[in-house]
Design a protein around this ligand. Structure first.
Ligand code: 5AD
Ligand code: FES
Length: 349
């Protein structure tokens, strides 16, 4: 198996068959070997610096009904909220004081936020925080909408493809959503000039290793600047409430693979990883990731942005998470830095 890891390290790609073989047969020794090579790359491009992104979950209204997600439209138990522009700006202010230089506006697909409202919010952040990057994570929109937000000052966009397998996509989503449209959105975002992040859940219901191999092949083809992956975690008010959670070890292994595939990409160690394993986020960094995305949302709404059960950090203030993360990162010999942390084209070779 080591020879496949070496090949991935040198060529940044493997065939689907080779990925399937690795994913089905890896053991601790293989993982440790993969992680050490992954760290070679993360340290080559980022030293031991970890970038932080302040996540502002500004609405949990959503017009979609994804079968895995706790804030899906059909969940009548969800306690809905929306943040005003003033509330969002106040999150940015807190974040800026704590050293954040990227703000991520994430929300369900909420028609209340018309393009006019979104553009106004983006422009206000852009004016108030000219030294910060603005990332959007608000789902599928048209080319023109993405263009308007970009012109207003948004730099980056996160839109996970969730699964690159057509059949699997249909098992996770209602008919109103399609993998083809999701891919089209990602291509449009790239074309406009956003730094683009995609990604998928590990261990979502009906996922096979072939699905994962397709995810990796799709990511290679898209060549995004960021890739976010995390384990699937069931939410009690969804169709998938009784399915088991995804595997932490497989998620870490996939982070290592992604680091060898995309040596200079921005790879977060996700909250879902930290939810399933107390040391999950630290392990993610030691497997090759280099980004953390703590929450800046007001404490009163934290619990309501309830994508999956038992989500961590819903009772902690932004300042507490900030200290907690800095300590966690330094405990493994890395350092949180106050930088925008933009994607940089590979000139090192
Ligand atoms: N478990 C893990 N991740 C989830 N997401 C949504 N629901 C869940 C869940 N139950 C992820 C999706 C989405 C991101 C914002 O959160 O991948 O893109
Ligand atoms: Fe939120 Fe540790 S990161 S409490």
């Amino acid at each position: 198996m080591k020879h496949l890891i070496d090949k991935l390290y040198e060529t940044h790609n493997l065939s689907k068959e080779e990925f399937v073989y690795l994913l089905e047969n890896f053991d601790q020794e293989t993982s440790d070997y993969l992680f050490s090579l992954a760290r070679t790359y993360s340290q080559k491009y980022f030293d031991k610096e970890v970038y932080i992104r302040g996540l502002i979950e500004f609405t949990n209204y959503c017009k979609n009904d994804c079968f895995y997600c706790g804030i899906r439209r059909g969940n009548s138990n969800a306690d809905r909220y929306r943040l005003s522009k003033e509330e969002i700006l106040s999150c940015c202010q807190t974040g800026h004081e704590l050293g954040f230089r990227t703000f991520v506006l994430q929300g369900g697909e909420d028609p209340y936020y018309t393009d006019e409202i979104m553009v106004d919010i983006i422009k206000s952040i852009r004016e108030g925080y000219p030294d910060c990057a603005i990332t959007l994570s608000i789902g599928e929109k048209t080319y023109d909408q993405y263009l308007k937000y970009h012109e207003a000052g948004a730099d980056r966009y996160l839109l996970r493809h969730e699964t690159a397998d057509e059949e699997h996509y249909k098992k996770l989503h209602p008919e109103s959503l399609s993998l083809e449209n999701r891919k089209e959105c990602l291509r449009n975002l790239k074309r406009i000039g956003y730094q683009v992040g995609t990604g998928f859940m590990v261990g979502s219901p009906y996922q096979t290793t072939e699905c994962l191999a397709k995810d990796l092949a799709f990511i290679k083809e898209l060549s995004p600047q960021m890739v976010g992956i995390g384990p699937f975690i069931p939410h009690k008010d969804t169709q998938f409430g009784n399915f088991p959670a995804g595997s932490v070890d497989l998620t870490l292994f996939l982070i290592g693979i992604l680091r060898l595939m995309l040596p200079n990409a921005l790879l977060p160690s996700t909250t879902a990883l930290g939810t399933l394993d107390k040391k999950g986020r630290e392990k993610g960094i030691l497997s090759g990731s280099n980004v953390l995305m703590p929450n800046l949302s007001p404490i009163g709404v934290r619990k309501k942005y309830d994508l999956y059960d038992n989500k961590i950090c819903t009772g902690e203030e932004a300042a507490e998470c900030n200290m907690c993360l800095r300590n966690r990162v330094s405990s493994i010999g890395y350092e949180v830095v106050e930088k925008r942390g933009d994607f940089v084209e590979d000139t090192i070779g």
